[in-house]
Every structure is written in C-alpha cells, then in structure tokens.
Design a protein around this ligand. Structure first.
Ligand code: NAD
Length: 337
C-alpha cells in the first residue's frame, strides 16, 4: 500500500510539474504574445501530460489545462462572452491518424450517412476572432480568449484593411457572426521586425505572435500601422438557410466581401492526402504562415449532428505540418491550391 501511495505521489508530482510548465507557457503565448518555447517543444510537454492522464485517469488534476482553450484574456480590454464557445481543433500529423479521424466520423454517423463528403482549408496561423454585423454594418470584433470569453478589439479590427465594415449583400441579415483568423503576412512581419531591430524595440517571435500582439494594442493607431489581414472560415450565426455546406458557406462569404482561404472538397483519405501534399508544396510561397490544413465534414447538418467534445469539434481536425525551422521568402504567386 505504501508503495502505491508513493508511486501515486510521484505521478502526481510529475503531473503538477507539467501543469505548472503548461500554465506558464500558455500565459506567455496567449496572454503576453511572447512564447518562450518552440511550438513543437510545447506540444511535447502537452503530449506528456495527455499520456500520463490517459494512463492514470484517477489522478487527473482538477486544474489540468488539457481541455482548456487558449487562456484568460487580458483585463485591459472589455471582456465579452461568446454567444457560442469558440473552440480549438484536434490535430493529426500522419496519414494513418487522418484515416482514423475519418473512420471515427463514419462510426458516429448512421449507415445511410457514412463516408460523408469533406472539405479542406488552409490552417492559418494567427489569432481567432469573431466578427458581428447588424444589418450589414460591422459592430463588434472579439478574440477567442479562453473560448467562452474574449476581448473586445473592435477599434483595432476596424483598422484591418481587408476587413469589410459594410456588407451591402448582408443588409437584410439582422445578426451575422463570422469567425476567422487575423494574420500578419510574412512580408509585413519581416518589415516590422527589421524596424523594431533598428529602433531597439521588441522583436516578435513569429507572425502569429506579431498579429496577436498588434491586435491587442490599447492604442488603435498602433494596430493601424501593422500589416494585418482577416480570413473568414465560418459563419456562426445568420447564414442564409439555403446554404447547406461549409464549402458553399465559404463561397458565400467570398461573394459578400470577405477574404477566404483556399478550399477543396474531397471524398476520401487519399484525396485529403493529395490536398495536404499540394499545400506543403506551395507553403513557402504563400503570403502568410500556415501550420497545416483543416479537414471538415462538408454538410452543416452533419456537423451539427456530430457536435463537439470538450474543446474541439468532432467534425473537424487539423492535419498539421511537421515543425518547420526555416522561413522561406515571400514570392507573389497564385496561392489557390
Ligand atoms: P490551434 O491553433 O492548433 O488550432 C485551432 C485554431 O485554428 C482555431 O482556434 C482557429 O483559430 C485556427 N484556424 C486556422 N485556420 C482555420 C480554419 N481554416 N478553420 C478553422 N480553424 C482555423 O489550436 P490552439 O488551441 O489555438 O493552439 C495550439 C497551438 O498553439 C499549438 O500549435 C501549440 O504549439 C501552440 N502553443 C504554443 C505555445 C508555446 O509556448 N510555443 C503555447 C501555447 C500554445
């Protein structure tokens, strides 16, 4: 018995060490926009805790961050509760895991609905934001924050050049909520860091942190001077009822004035792999950073049916790239894949 108690104490101590480290790094990344670790090192810590928790479910600590989305927002901004939570995404790194994800989706659907159509997009590496429009007029932008509550960054969002402030084609929609990613294009990031070096200012670790840091400036004129862009990836409220798929929703968003990421409809794991590999081939030439692709069940009705599991939807997952260490220079090319 004493041995059990001793080994439990040792496992709990290991868990506590990992939890403390993850909390420190979550704060550095999500709140301060100043990560200490490489993402792959952070992912390794997270995986170690997941493995321990799976092996010893009875010892899982109540404050484990594993099922948490992001981190609590900074208090300097007004906090806003999302109408529905802004989730994270599960992820896979290998073809076999992608196939398992698609198999799990199949298993959850009735036989008649099995092997649904999927849709794939670029996984933009920025900051998730929810935008609200009332009768076509832009009224609010809120960050994902901890998934339940985000920061009101409306004034800063207004300075993003490709973010539409008026949607003539959505003027009859009482409330439209569009979700997407704010990114800093690579060329703008390099320019910003060059200037920061010259002026002895803070240099950002990567475009993602630069985008997040810029969007959370208390002075909107600083955000206005930063090269930010918004890419829409979903409609959370107000989608016309005639639109039944994710791919059609993105086409509609493009039609009414949003920038959207490249999309491909696929039917099976082999086609998903082809898209993923075609994106890897073009990754270096894209104007912004991506850290993988996202695969989503295309039917919005099936998405509803599959629902979500704590911090992530069951109907989508990120198919991520292995860690990249070299950033290649921007080339202007057609980035549709
Ligand atoms: P995530 O970034 O891996 O995936 C979820 C997010 O993907 C969504 O919230 C959304 O904003 C985004 N996204 C981009 N394109 C999308 C699209 N087309 N459709 C839907 N969503 C899209 O998850 P996360 O929970 O925000 O962050 C985890 C990541 O952050 C990991 O890569 C981790 O390494 C990194 N991280 C690093 C540190 C560190 O210390 N370096 C700390 C914390 C987190």
């Amino acid at each position: 018995m004493a041995t059990d108690a001793t080994s439990n104490a040792a496992i709990i101590a290991q868990m506590r060490t990992l939890i403390d480290a993850l909390k420190t790094h979550n704060n550095a990344y999500y709140v301060l926009d100043n990560p200490i670790l490489e993402d792959s090192e952070y992912d390794q810590l997270r995986l170690s805790l997941i493995e321990l928790e799976e092996e010893y479910p009875d010892l899982v600590q109540s404050d484990s961050p594993i099922n948490q989305v992001g981190d609590m927002p900074l208090s300097a901004f007004t906090q806003v509760t999302h109408d529905t939570p802004m989730l994270s995404l599960g992820n896979v790194f290998e073809y076999d895991d992608l196939r398992d994800f698609m198999r799990r989706v199949n298993d959850r659907l009735s036989v008649a609905q099995q092997s649904p159509e999927y849709e794939m997009e670029l996984k933009l590496d920025g900051l998730a934001v929810s935008l609200k429009y009332e009768y076509g007029k832009f009224v609010q932008a809120v960050t994902r924050g901890d998934g339940q509550t985000g920061e009101d960054i409306t004034q800063n969002a207004k300075t993003i050049r490709n973010l539409p402030l008026w949607l003539a084609d959505a003027a009859d929609i009482a409330l439209l909520e569009v979700r997407g990613e704010v990114v800093m294009p690579k060329a703008g990031f390099e320019r910003l860091n060059r200037l920061a070096l010259e002026n002895d200012d803070k240099v950002f670790a990567n475009p993602r942190n630069a985008a997040a840091g810029s969007l959370r400036q208390l002075d909107p004129s600083i955000a206005a001077s930063r090269p930010l862009a918004f890419y829409a990836y979903s409609v959370n409220q107000g989608l016309p009822e005639t639109i039944e798929t994710q791919s059609a929703a993105l086409a509609w968003l493009g039609d009414i004035g949003f920038s959207v990421s490249a999309v491909r409809v696929i039917q099976n794991p082999r086609e998903a792999q082809e898209y993923y590999e075609s994106v890897i081939d073009k990754r270096a030439q894209l104007p912004f950073e991506i850290d993988g692709t996202v695969i989503k069940v295309n039917s919005l009705a099936l998405q509803q049916q599959l629902s979500f599991l704590s911090r992530e939807p069951r109907w989508a997952t990120a198919y991520k790239f292995p860690a990249e260490t070299v950033m290649t220079r921007l080339q202007a090319i057609d980035w549709q894949v």
